[in-house]
Design a protein around this ligand. Sequence first.
Ligand SMILES: C[S@@+](CC[C@H](N)C(=O)[O-])C[C@H]1O[C@@H](n2cnc3c(N)ncnc32)[C@H](O)[C@@H]1O
Length: 224
Amino acid sequence: MFKNKEVDEDVRKGQAAYTKALLFIYDLLVLKISNTYIWKCPTKNLIKLYDDNLTNNHLDVGVGTGYYLKHCDFPKDTRLVLMDLNKNSLNVASENAKELKPATFIHNILEPIPFQINPFDSISINYLLHCLPGTISDKSIVFDHLLPLLNNNGVIFGSTILQGDIPRTRKAQKLMDFYNSKGIFSNTKDTYEDLEKNLKKRFASYEMKVIGCVCLFKGIKNNL
Ligand SMILES: C[S@@+](CC[C@H](N)C(=O)[O-])C[C@H]1O[C@@H](n2cnc3c(N)ncnc32)[C@H](O)[C@@H]1O
């Protein structure tokens, strides 16, 4: 495991919730209950996003429990690398993906990546952006840090819970407000339009799809 330097308070809060205890109930609480009944984006949609975009040379950033890594169809002989600021998440996710013998990096993705890593053909950042402080334009620095690690024609994909004009129930708004008040989410200013602007700016082509209040997205790198 590789480590890097200290982080500021807002960034710390965005990952501090992922204790061993929370990770123990995360799949039930978030992936079963919240995704289905609150965010209205059942987890099967996100499994499909992974299955449609994974390659055998993959980096997952913001790993949580590694649920998707366990439930997706990785090609044979996959090289899998996991990156997260939180050691608990990395431990649980690497255990869940242990068949693929993942390498792990402790890193705040809002900072440039200081490690030497061979590039990837696919990178996932699922439910990461809504945990990061700032506006979507601020957090899109994540794409700038990851693009140098992506091979030409490679894909960065993921999903994030948005606000703005995205339709959401009162329950969803209440839960988002609560998570934002605790610093677990920082998505009060996250809009579809801002995400689109930032994907358009950086990728040769991009796709976005809204299910419930979750935006699924992908961007393809093309240097030609
Ligand atoms: C909501 S969980 C998402 C887990 C998983 N990808 C999923 O979709 O279920 C967010 C993950 O991002 C990590 N994280 C939060 N802020 C981060 C940062 N600044 N740099 C790297 N990882 C971060 C947290 O530790 C946590 O593992």
